[in-house]
Design a protein around this ligand. Structure first.
Ligand code: CA
Length: 255
């Protein structure tokens, strides 16, 4: 397994006709917000090797500024940062525009805490992690962005799904409850659509992870839990039922 300190050197940044990026997202821009210079450099080097444009910010405020300026396709964000921490960075970025965030934590219990808060990151990884795993997770984030763009382009005629006082407009990617617009991250939106497409039907966390996140890993089920928490906080606690030991089910509100 590769480690933080043994990132492979960039093979062909930018790709080219003879060396296409294996990611399928050769023009992606990834922002790395990490205050530890060695880790930041290793991550940047490895992501650059995928053919992505990479920029590094060294503290929270610089990260928010860079996100606003660059409008990156994905952000790798350390939670412990000087100035404002990763939680506040996430809040500020998500308040402006939904950019998928992979959050790096120092310990598993820190991840548990963040999952519990439903902070709005799209995925979590605990240090130390393998660079291979990091690349796989970033690719999954970028695939979701691409898929969301495709979905928005291909279902413009779909009428909004309306259940009680909840309306989900897949073409506009907008959600309303009780007449009020509810702002969801792209991942929260996809998860809600997945659940609402099969009302009253239990879907396992593993299935949701595979369908929405596009990867399957036992540790990833906590990521599902954190997004369910976020959806409940934003939409109300009654829409999504926990089926203990199994998964989650969408409960349409009464008309
Ligand atoms: Ca740090």
């Amino acid at each position: 397994m590769e480690s933080m300190t043994t990132a492979t050197p960039p093979s062909s940044p930018g790709g080219g006709p003879t060396s296409p990026s294996p990611s399928g997202q050769p023009n992606a821009t990834v922002l790395v917000v990490e205050d530890e210079p060695a880790i930041a450099a290793a991550i940047a080097q490895r992501l650059s090797a995928e053919g992505w444009r990479v920029e590094v910010a060294r503290d929270g405020l610089a990260g928010v500024d860079a996100a606003t300026r660059l409008q990156p396709d994905a952000i790798v964000l350390d939670v412990m940062l000087p100035g404002i921490d990763g939680l506040e960075v996430t809040r500020r970025i998500q308040a402006e525009t939904p950019i998928p965030i992979l959050m790096l934590t120092a310990r598993d219990d820190e991840t548990d805490m963040l999952v519990g808060l439903g902070v709005g990151a799209d995925d979590y990884m605990t240090k130390p992690f393998s660079m291979r795993e990091l690349v796989a997770r970033v690719k999954a984030l970028l695939r979701r962005v691409e898929r969301a763009a495709q979905a928005a382009a291909t279902v413009p005629a779909d009428p909004p799904m309306t259940m009680g006082d909840v309306s989900i407009d897949r073409a506009q990617r907008r959600v309303h409850r009780g007449g009020e617009e509810v702002h969801l991250t792209p991942t929260e939106f996809e998860l809600l659509v997945m659940l609402a497409s099969a009302p009253k039907t239990v879907q396992t966390r593993e299935k949701l992870l595979a369908e929405v996140w596009d990867w399957a890993d036992a540790s990833g089920t906590r990521t599902v839990d954190s997004h369910i928490k976020a959806l409940r906080r934003k939409l109300g606690p009654d829409l999504i039922r926990t089926v203990h030991g199994v998964g989650y089910a969408f409960e349409p509100p009464a008309d």
